[in-house]
Design a protein. Structure first.
Length: 243
């Protein structure tokens, strides 16, 4: 399978823009588009999907918790039914814009705190998987968590991710911060090179972790996001040419 690069896009609100969407759309393969709960509004969603269509970028839904002020990075107490409903609502909103531009929904990738919650709570993960099954699309997530385990149980395709701008703890789980630091392009390239050539990366505690992935996630909001994507693309090309 060809390794893709994905980015979380459309994460503005009203007159405020927080990403490098136009630049990144020329460099990535897959866009995870915010659906209005943690960021975005109808105009931004439309503009982001239009931009993806113009650049032949696949589009997936990036649903988050209903927390604009906290950018979806604060955990909330929610039942499985509530999670299923908020994801259904957000995917439906994005799907309407995809229809406008003749695009198909590529996948579902939950955002921020929701992403972390469903990696640990099987009933919440199953709620998201049920939405993906209705739409016939895969879920992007972490291979060593309930993301993949529940997808396998429910019968939903799974795409494993690796992150270059977030740390991993000793158990291989993401360290999700409210304000993560931007990645250094060279460090991002080194992580991808290690993952592709040895199947391992280094955790925050210095331990070596096995890693399984089919797509690389690069966040769009740091000012150097485009440089990080270019470094990651070069690392992927170099590793694949060396096989």
């Amino acid at each position: 399978m060809t390794i893709t690069i994905n980015a979380d896009l459309g994460e503005g609100l009203g007159l405020h823009e927080f990403g490098n969407d136009a630049q990144l759309m020329e460099l990535i393969d897959v866009a995870n588009v915010a659906c209005g709960f943690h960021a975005a509004d109808p105009h931004i969603m439309n503009r982001t999907v239009e931009l993806a269509a113009a650049n032949n970028v696949m589009v997936g839904a990036h649903p988050g918790l209903p927390d604009l002020a906290g950018f979806g990075r604060r955990e909330m107490s929610m039942s499985a039914a509530e999670v299923e409903d908020i994801v259904t609502y957000q995917v439906g909103a994005l799907s309407a814009f995809l229809t406008r531009y003749g695009l198909a929904l590529s996948h579902i990738k939950p955002h921020g705190a929701l992403y972390g919650m469903i990696s640990r709570e099987a009933d919440l993960m199953a709620a998201v998987a049920r939405v993906a099954k209705v739409h016939g699309v895969p879920i992007f997530g972490l291979a060593n968590t309930l993301h993949k385990q529940v997808c396998d149980e429910v019968g939903v395709p799974f795409v494993g991710e690796i992150y270059v701008d977030l740390g991993y703890d000793g158990e291989g789980k993401l360290v999700i911060e409210r304000s993560p630091k931007p990645a250094e392009p060279s460090a991002a390239a080194d992580r991808i090179t290690s993952a592709l050539t040895t199947g391992t990366i280094v955790a925050n505690d210095g331990n070596t972790l096995p890693i399984e992935f089919d797509s690389v996630c690069v966040h769009s909001d740091p000012s150097n996001a485009a440089e990080v994507v270019r470094a990651v693309r070069a690392a992927i090309n170099s590793a694949e040419s060396g096989k």
